[in-house]
Design a protein. Sequence first.
Length: 656
Amino acid sequence: MSSRVTAPYGTWRSPITASWAARGSVRLGELRRDTGATWWIENRPAEQGRAVVVRASDGEPPRDVTPPGFDVRTRVHEYGGGAYILHQGTIFFSHFPDQRLYQQDPGRDPIPITPEPPLPAGLRYADGRVAPGGRFIVAVRERHEADGSVTNELVTIPTDASAAPRVIATGRDFYAAPRISPDGRRLCWLCWDHSAMPWDGTELWLAELAEDGSIGQARQLAGGPGESITQPQWGPNGELYFLSDRTGWWNPYRWQDGSEPQAVVSLEAEFGEPHWTFGQSRYAVLPDGRLVCAICEQGVDRLVVVERDGRLSRLEVPWQAIWMVVGDPARGDRVWLIAGAPSLPASVVELDLASGQWTTLCQSVTDPLSPEWISSPEPLVFPTDGGREAYAFYYPPTNPEFRAPPEERPPLLVFCHGGPTGHVRPDYNVGIQFWTSRGFAVVDVNYGGSTGYGRAYRERLKREWGIVDVRDCLNAARYLASNGLVHPWRMAIRGGSAGGYTVLCALTFHRVFAAGTSYFGLSDLEAFVRSTHKFESRYLDGLVGPYPEAQEVYRERSPVHFAHRIEAPLLLLQGSEDRVVPPEQAELMVQALRARRRPYAYLLFPGEGHGFRRAETLQRCFEAELSFYAQVFGFTPADQIEPIRIENFASGRVEP
């Protein structure tokens, strides 16, 4: 290869075009095993974000199962998950437009088995399981009424549509994870009430399950206000496994009839993750009672085997990001994963436990990058407020064809994840490589409040949202600048949802960043509490304080009331159909910025919800951000893109 071309950061040509980044990868999820086949969902940007069930029979290539015109997604809790169920080759799935449950037998068209709801999409189903005899399904139902009230409950649904769904558990604010024992005689589930979120405190309940789908007297097995239970599943011998953070870390426990739950292993690592979506599976129970688990240590995922006596061994595998682990009662010698690494796109893989060999069934990226284009993440531990430490992954600029002029330091993008109780992994992230291949440095921050580091770290955000997360992002940027790794005046911050709120707070209350991009971020906390969906309607009680008692704190931490303080240009990106953070949140901010003649740009995408899914939207966002930073930082990108207009902006202003 010829010598590298010298060019300023930001101007480098890259094969990772906005179109390729938007269309070139799918999101993989909801991994299952049934009838000797592996099943999963693909969310496809090139198909308007449609979710399709895919099946790979042992020894055969994958094929689509979901016919055109159907979209396998549920809106329970708005974040969904657990959108389909399998039983001996038959699929039961939630269709996104009407939220009814459909049955699809092999070789046949789907037919609805739940009634037409009184309100459009007013009856929603998720996280179901079919009873062993195949006569009924137990599932979570979310019922929306004309007066705006929402009821969550457990229901049984006849698979032959011979009767309406029957409520078997109600009265709690939320339900999840109904799981039927292998013999069909018992049912367990999770439940919790406002104002707790499921990572604050949940309860595990158990009841006898009758042949007609009714249940007997229920009793609580574990959990409470200060203990988060997640991902219950039955073992082959009628033992019940679950994850609990009663020690400060989500670790596995086992319950047998007539005894109290016992820890399978105790480790300062996270076997679980926050219940934002249904159908999570971070461990598999093998037929011999061993567990194969994904664990998170210092933000990095590992794969381990836990023996029945608690002995733990680590498997030598290349993946550092593992989203799902599932087993098959008929194949105790292997497990199936959705996993990836910085140089390995997220993939569905089959792992032979004895040999350590694996087979890739599907990759999220059909045309992976050459290794020389990939910026490898460097784990970062940096000092933050209160004498504490916080965590991140740093990605340096990487392009085999270009180099920067001597002494020039790169611009920095600080990535803020959503949640805020989420966390970022060192995975194959095309969205990050888009920037690093053009000469940007990126730091992906696991600020205080993130999962993956234990409950104490997660609870740093209690009553401190908009403060701890913001300061950790500021301190990550300062740390990199003080060590000469990035340009101190050419730093921007970007994030979505809760991460968008962190962006707005950083620009409103601090003077560190030269620009910011908010994807569907919160600007007015009071408006959010009044307008958001049931699942998150009391979330801010823990993050900010109970409302309206803490109304003044809500106002003090709402950027919309202090837009006059913003001096750095702000880019706002919003979906018109967002039910989690409604468009009014962005539009209130736009009105405030316009009234005070502050620099901003705003794009509203019709038909998009919370988390953009369509390829054309994703492409426009990449191009808009690139144009935005080019104007703020004063460089000309190599890409031929449609520029974005920044209102009230004087070009060349890069110093915060």
